[in-house]
Write a protein that binds this ligand. Structure first.
Ligand SMILES: NC(=O)c1ccc[n+]([C@@H]2O[C@H](COP(=O)([O-])OP(=O)(O)OC[C@H]3O[C@@H](n4cnc5c(N)ncnc54)[C@H](OP(=O)(O)O)[C@@H]3O)[C@@H](O)[C@H]2O)c1
Length: 302
């Protein structure tokens, strides 16, 4: 056989194997009913993988599964219901997932919500902190056992734009913003906490086959600003062409969730163009470790 025919055959076999591999993977995606999570779920579904999205309600779950199935021509899409503001519900979600699946190649932490007034959950946790950060922490930890036994598994967590990460201030003595609350403070706190979490998780996964990565989705069509109450934010949403023209795809999220050899990029932060941005020196390791302990304490009481 001449060399070019041989290399063509080899490329065919490798490509085929890669597709087989993606097709056989299983993903769990929070926030899969809208915005970033839905865009990633659709992108992953197009690879033929099994996709499980988390939905707050059965009706929304059914409707979104239909939409993603149609767009991706993939029938292996399903949903589980959970209210991610409640850690008890997050616990039930993990148990249900493990009853149905014994492998998890990718957990995508993409759920989020904005709270303009301080609200507490029935479990006594600030709602913004619960949904935007603690649910990701608890769900990931609950699923780590099956993630660690799955080949090339990864946890990918949504973050914000790298330009907002230059001074990641976080008050470990007031994670629930009891002293003073604002939408911006709560959103920033949760965003920084997610990055500290993703980096500390990467350290903890060093001696396993699993990995943790963070990504900035860029602008993605979203419901996030729909309930905005401050007039200036409403105006910004109305006038911003970035927001109006936002795509309903999320390339960086799909890339980090499906890339081969995730281990080689454990602990990395990807921007919306899939470039690796060095942020580690801005996020002190000692803060990540302390936040982890505080998060364990907060969630174990629920
Ligand atoms: N969109 C962007 O351009 C962008 C850019 C940078 C970062 N982000 C970050 O990405 C995250 C998601 O934002 P998004 O734009 O995708 O917002 P979105 O369109 O509003 O989607 C939020 C998702 O989270 C789910 N969710 C909210 N509260 C929940 C709860 N209590 N239980 C279960 N699921 C819940 C929503 O479910 P329902 O459908 O039931 O509401 C929805 O699926 C946020 O942290 C945001 O800061 C977004």
């Amino acid at each position: 056989m001449n060399t070019s025919v041989f290399s063509l055959l080899r490329t065919f076999v490798v490509t085929k194997n890669k597709k087989m591999e993606l097709k056989d993977r299983t993903y769990l995606i929070t926030g899969g009913t809208s915005g970033v999570g839905k865009a990633i779920a659709t992108g992953i579904a197009k690879t033929g993988a099994n996709v499980v999205i988390v939905s707050r309600t059965t009706s929304n779950g059914q409707q979104t599964v239909r939409e993603i199935s149609e767009k991706s021509a993939n029938r292996k899409i399903s949903f589980l219901t959970a209210d991610l503001s409640l850690m008890k519900s997050v616990g039930q979600l993990s148990t249900e997932f493990k009853q149905q699946y014994n492998q998890l190649h990718g957990l995508v932490n993409a759920a989020g919500a904005w709270y303009f007034k301080k609200e507490m959950t029935s479990e006594g946790i600030d709602k913004s902190f619960a949904i935007n950060y603690l649910s990701h922490f608890v769900l990931t930890n609950n699923l780590l056992d099956i993630i660690e036994t799955t080949d090339d598994a990864r946890i990918v967590t949504v973050a914000g734009a790298p330009r907002f990460m230059k001074k990641p201030k976080i008050d470990l003595n007031d994670l629930q913003l009891t002293k003073s609350y604002s939408w911006l403070k709560a959103t920033n706190l949760a965003m920084f906490a997610r990055v500290y979490f993703g980096l500390e998780l990467a350290d903890r996964l060093q001696n396993t086959s699993a990995s943790s990565m963070l990504f900035h989705p860029g602008f993605v069509k979203s419901n996030l600003g729909k309930g905005a109450t401050p007039w200036w934010l409403k105006l910004m949403f109305l006038l911003s062409s970035d927001v109006r023209n936002a795509p309903d795809t999320c390339e960086s999220g799909v890339y980090v969730a499906t890339k081969e050899n995730a281990k080689s990029t454990n602990g990395k932060f990807f921007d919306e163009k899939n470039n690796i941005i060095e942020l580690q020196n801005k996020f002190e390791k000692s803060i990540g470790k302390e936040l982890w302990l505080l998060s364990e304490q907060l969630s174990s009481k629920r």
